[in-house]
Write a new protein. Structure first.
Length: 179
């Protein structure tokens, strides 16, 4: 199974992200499903059940405190001018970066490589191609996020099933913060 580790998002955040998605008025942009919004901490790739159990054991040992994140802006990877992915960014992301680093450290003994350039983000859409760069830039420039805050008290191990309609995500395990 394909698997990844992510922060699930509260309802008021998914509502705000959905509102922003409604501003995507150009073709050739595949929107992420609102029900699947998340903040990826680590992509694991294909794993078998034995490896999943090892990952679960390692993740149970990741200690972190609850923290708060705030939505900031809309941008794109690899560049805002010619993105393949449109995403929502975060302010005050040092806590989520620290959590991601703890997860990396916990999974290192299982053969997973460390992420060097982790940028916390929430994928809003994938861009197939851009017909009109000027219109695309105007669209992105007019998309604004309300600086909604979210309290994060857990992260999850998800599996990803690829379907003709796009990926579908299922939570396998949830790991709670230690107060």
């Amino acid at each position: 199974m394909r698997a990844f580790i992510a922060l699930p998002l509260p309802g008021h955040i998914t509502s705000e992200l959905s509102r922003v998605q409604n501003g995507f008025y150009l073709r050739n942009v595949k929107l992420s499903y609102v029900k699947d919004f998340h903040l990826t901490l680590k992509f694991l790739g294909d794993i078998d059940d034995r490896k999943r159990q090892e990952i679960d054991g390692a993740l149970r040992n990741v200690i972190f405190s609850p923290f708060r994140l705030t939505l900031s802006d809309v941008s794109g990877f690899p560049t805002k001018r010619k993105p393949r992915v449109i995403w929502a960014g975060l302010k005050e992301s040092t806590d989520v970066i620290a959590l991601q680093q703890r997860i990396d450290a916990g999974l290192a003994s299982l053969g997973f490589t460390k992420e060097n350039d982790y940028t916390p983000h929430i994928t809003l859409a994938r861009v197939k191609y851009i017909e009109n760069t000027k219109k695309f830039e105007e669209m992105l420039d007019h998309l604004t996020l309300q600086p909604e805050k979210m309290d994060m008290g857990s992260f999850c191990l998800f599996k990803s099933d690829l379907t003709p309609e796009g990926p579908s995500y299922t939570e396998l395990h949830r790991y709670l913060a230690h107060s």
